[in-house]
Design a protein around this ligand. Structure first.
Ligand code: AMP
Length: 193
């Protein structure tokens, strides 16, 4: 199974991706995680990405497309994958289409977690409070606001992009975690996907 998880920061994409990994034995490909690993390892990509990420802006399309392309060639992706945080722009989605075509792969579905933005800010504040510190350098109100703005402008149009391709499945992301997971399984199992 090959999926994209779409939704603003804090919508629960990472949590749901992990549940899908457990249930379906496919891998989670989070470009945010890959970029954070590059920042930590101080690779050239990491050094370029750090300041951009801290501001809550997007790293260049070419950078993430290259990372994803290489990752998709690794053997653990053969059984399927969940793209979490990628694509984030229409050019990234177009690049992904071209990539999948060259690899003779097809997407099964794009699952959008639909959430209330005000509640998201509360969620992130709670996450920070519970951890007792900023777990991520972009987990602060200012960067989150920026990330939400960027999402609205650059990533939200992807819902329409994938709706037109007949791949979009919208899920209420405000429900409790297990209910969201059950709903996702329901739409993935539904005929005609
Ligand atoms: P995330 O963990 O998905 O919220 O990503 C954290 C940050 O990494 C984002 O705010 C961006 O700066 C960067 N990032 C992650 N994925 C992408 C992507 N597909 N395109 C551009 N920037 C990305």
């Amino acid at each position: 199974m090959r999926l994209i998880l779409l939704g603003p920061p804090g919508a629960g994409k990472g949590t749901q991706a992990q549940k899908l990994v457990e249930r379906h034995g496919i891998v989670q490909l989070s470009t945010g995680d890959m970029l954070r690993a590059a920042v930590k390892a101080e690779t050239p990509i990491g050094l370029e990405a750090k300041a951009i990420m801290d501001r809550g802006e997007l790293v260049p399309d070419s950078v993430v497309v290259e990372i994803v392309s290489e990752r998709l060639d690794e053997p653990d992706c053969a059984k399927g994958f969940i793209l979490d945080g990628f694509p984030r722009t229409v050019p990234q989605a177009e690049a992904l289409e071209a990539l999948l075509e060259t690899k003779s792969l097809q997407l099964d579905a794009v699952v959008e977690l639909v959430v209330d933005e005000d509640a998201l800010l509360d969620r992130v504040k709670k996450r920070v409070a519970e951890s007792g510190e900023n777990v991520r350098s972009d987990d602060n109100a200012e960067a989150l606001k920026k990330r939400l703005d960027v999402y609205r402008q650059q990533t939200a149009p992807l819902a329409e992009f994938y709706r037109q391709k007949g791949l979009l499945k919208q899920i209420n992301g405000m429900a409790p975690i297990d209910e969201v997971a059950t709903e996702i399984d329901g739409v993935l199992a539904a005929p005609g996907r």
